[in-house]
Design a protein around this ligand. Structure first.
Ligand SMILES: [Zn+2]
Length: 283
C-alpha cells in the first residue's frame, strides 16, 4: 500500500488504494547519453506526468526510486520532481557521497530531504552483498545507515540491495542492522515478507523506457509479460554459466558500448555502470 506520510509540500495521490509499483532510475541527463541506464530529462518529465495522472483504468500506482546517488539526480531530476510535486526515494552509496565528483554531496542530500524526499541506503561502497565477508557485510549495512542518519538527522530504515543480489544471510544481516524494508531488482510480486523484512520488487528504467511502457504497467497492475519473464530467466542462466565477473564484463559491454578496463579505482571514482548488474566492478 502507498505510504500515507505527507512530506514537505509534496502532495498525496488520489489512488491511495492501488498497489504500488516502484520504478528504479539511475541517471537523468539533459544531453543524450549512450549509457543504458541514462534517461533523457524530457522523457523523465513525461514519466512524471503519467505518475501524477489518476488514470481511471490504472491497476497500480507508480512510485519513483533512484539508486547510487549520481549527481544528475540532484542537478536534473530534482527540479522535475519539484515541478510535478512528486516525491522519490533516493538510495545513496554513502561512501561515495561528497567524495566522488559524480555523486551528490551531503548538502545536496539535505536539500532533497528538506524538500520531502526520502534518503535511504545503497551500501557503503556498493559491494555485492552475498560475496562479502562478515566484516564487509557489516560495513555495507551499518555504516551507511549510521552515516546518513548522523549527517542528515533522519531515520534510515530502507536498503536498496546493490546489484539486486541477496540471500538469507544478507537479509538476516539487514534485519540485524536495523533495516525494515529492502528494495530489490526482482520483477514480481510487488511486495512480500522475507526474513522479517518488507521486500519490494522494482522495474529498472532504461534509456529507452517510454511513458507508454509505464502506462502499460499501470494498466496491467505490473504483472510481467511472458517475454519479460523469459528474458529474466535467460539472464539468470547466462550469469550462472559465465560466473559473476565475466557476466559483469559482458553487461558493461552491452550497457556502455565498450567493456573498458574494470578497475576498482575508476569504478569507485566514476561509478558509471548499471549498478543493478555491475557490483563486482566496485569490489
Ligand atoms: Zn547501484
Amino acid at each position: 500500500m502507498v505510504s500515507k506520510r505527507v512530506r514537505g509540500d509534496l502532495e498525496e495521490r488520489p489512488e491511495m488504494s492501488l498497489p504500488v509499483l516502484y520504478l528504479n532510475y539511475h541517471e537523468i541527463r539533459v544531453e543524450k547519453s549512450p549509457y543504458l541506464y541514462s534517461l533523457p530529462a524530457d522523457e523523465f518529465d513525461a514519466h512524471l506526468r503519467l505518475v501524477r495522472a489518476a488514470a481511471v483504468d490504472a491497476r497500480a500506482a507508480l512510485r519513483i526510486t533512484f539508486d547510487d546517488g549520481h549527481r544528475t539526480q540532484y542537478e536534473t531530476a530534482f527540479p522535475v520532481l519539484t515541478r510535478h510535486k512528486t516525491s522519490a526515494i533516493f538510495f545513496v552509496t554513502a561512501g561515495f557521497t561528497g567524495v566522488s565528483a559524480n555523486h551528490m554531496t551531503w548538502s545536496q542530500l539535505r536539500e532533497l530531504a528538506d524538500a520531502g524526499h526520502e534518503i535511504q541506503a545503497h551500501g557503503w561502497v556498493h559491494r555485492v552483498l552475498p560475496t562479502c565477508t562478515d566484516a564487509e557485510l557489516d560495513e555495507e549495512l551499518r555504516r551507511p545507515k549510521e552515516t546518513i542518519e548522523d549527517r542528515l538527522g533522519r531515520a534510515v530504515d530502507a536498503l536498496s540491495i546493490p546489484g539486486g543480489r541477496f540471500d538469507a544471510r544478507v537479509l538476516e544481516a539487514c534485519r540485524n542492522a536495523g533495516y525494515l524494508r529492502a528494495f530489490t531488482s526482482e520483477l514480481w510480486p510487488p511486495a512480500w515478507e522475507q526474513n522479517g523484512l518488507e521486500m519490494f520488487s522494482r522495474r529498472g528504467i532504461l534509456r529507452r523506457t517510454s511513458a507508454s511502457t509505464l502506462s502499460g504497467w499501470m494498466r496491467s497492475g505490473g504483472s510481467p509479460t511472458v517475454g519479460a519473464r523469459v528474458l529474466r530467466q535467460m539472464k539468470a542462466g547466462v550469469r550462472r554459466t559465465l560466473g559473476d565477473e565475466r557476466y559483469h564484463r559482458l553487461w558493461c559491454l552491452l550497457a556502455n558500448g565498450n567493456s573498458g578496463p574494470i578497475s576498482q579505482a575508476v569504478a569507485a571514482a566514476d561509478c558509471a555502470w548499471p549498478h543493478d548488474e555491475c557490483g563486482n566492478g566496485l569490489r
